[in-house]
Design a binder for this molecule. Sequence first.
Ligand code: 13P
Length: 256
Amino acid sequence: MMTPEMRRPLVAGNWKMHEGVAEAEALVHSLLAGLPATPAAEVLVLPPFTALETVHRLIGSDTRLRLGAQNCHWETAGAFTGEISTTMLEPWCAYVLVGHSERRQLFGETDEIVRRKLDAVLAAGMRPILALGETGAERERGQTQAVLLRQARSGLVGLSVDQVSRCTIAYEPIWAIGTGVAATPADASEAAAVLRSVVDEAAGREQPTVRILYGGSVTAASAASLLHAPGVDGALVGGASLRAAEFCAIVAGAGA
Ligand code: 13P
């Protein structure tokens, strides 16, 4: 049986609504120049849709960098103006992020919508990264565990064991996103334990392949301690993923 230590860390860069095609090209060139020949972590970038084809071409057969999307629609095609389906993403992407708090808070995505998206990603043969996390107010009210249980159960319960094993969970406390105030390694570990319990619940037995990431103000300075917190298998990085040298330093921290 695989032990938790055998989960290779995943460091993912969520570029959000940044980087046009030319900037994306420059950033990927810098990343490929800055990553070691064999990074200890799996490294993933999540560019905007418009840069996916370019980034895919630049990565080519280089296995050090993988590609994912930040969002998708749950239907494969149809009259959904402005939306992008998993069928459209599948030629370029190995992963799709679903349920980011910005999607939940700014675009009204409910747990139910997030689940439909997660199902669509799995159906298309890609790997979903299920993002979840509590607000500052929920945290102050002592509701963190209840919120994480609700969001994680909504995302995972009812999936087959094989489907659960293809999921990654990203714990992103909303109060830590873009604020410069990361959770402590102890907070991240505590959340990871709650989320791991849902993975076990959903799959009926331990699923050692499911990685649990931490996200929220991860920087080169904070990465090593957060990435080595017990139960944390990687990071989902926002702002710092737009700076190649810093992102490479975060990747290095995952292996140190
Ligand atoms: P920051 O790293 O900028 O806080 O963003 C985190 C995030 O939302 C990644 O998905």
